[in-house]
Design a protein around this ligand. Structure first.
Ligand code: 5GP
Ligand code: MG
Length: 174
């Protein structure tokens, strides 16, 4: 890792706040009477999840799942598995997956498949960012914050070798 890397802002905290507000309004409209199960993909989605659910003023439940695939560095290994599973029942629930970024799409496509087999009543995806230029498998994003260019993002939960998750803005490194 290049220790000289200086993250530059792509979306400011104010822009993020506005996007999360918009997403919360969309999610509220669809889920306010459904007691949804929101499943965040660790670790990158933790900050987005925390901000999103604070704007949702109706009953819901929160779960997290951890997938492996990205090792150190910037490239996906392409192989995905669940390394930390769910404690809640998915069967019959209105499930909304919360993801930080859809890049190749392999992680989320795997997870949606994995969850679909557990027979939820419904299954949708809310992603903070989408990098469509890198897609290897089609993914339908139901609620989207930002479409992003082909840059490596850090901040607002996203890391580079576990660094930079604490930056309050969505940044990129070169
Ligand atoms: P995918 O399987 O779609 O290629 O990648 C999904 C995961 O890879 C994301 O949840 C995220 O953890 C990681 N990832 C993909 N692109 C980026 C990026 O630009 N920055 C960071 N920090 N992680 C990324
Ligand atoms: Mg992730």
């Amino acid at each position: 890792m290049n220790s000289q890397a200086k993250p530059r802002i792509l979306f400011s905290r104010q822009e993020i706040e506005a996007a999360v507000k918009r997403l919360a309004a969309e999610v509220r409209k669809d889920y306010q009477d459904k007691n949804p199960l929101l499943i965040g993909i660790l670790k990158g989605s933790f900050m987005f999840m925390a901000d999103l659910i604070r704007l949702l003023d109706f009953p819901l439940e929160v779960e997290f799942i951890r997938l492996s695939s990205y090792g150190r560095g910037k490239e996906s290994s392409g192989k995905v598995k669940v390394v930390q599973g769910l404690r809640s029942q998915v069967r019959g629930r209105e499930v909304l997956v919360i993801e930080d970024i859809v890049d190749t799409g392999l992680s989320v496509a795997f997870l949606l498949d994995y969850l679909r087999k557990k027979k939820p009543a419904s299954l949708r995806l809310c992603a903070l960012t989408d990098k469509p230029s890198r897609r290897q498998t089609p993914v339908a994003i139901d609620y989207l914050g930002f479409t992003v260019p082909d840059k490596f993002l850090v901040g607002y939960g996203l890391d580079w070798d576990e660094k930079f998750r604490n930056l309050p803005d969505i940044c990129f490194v070169e």
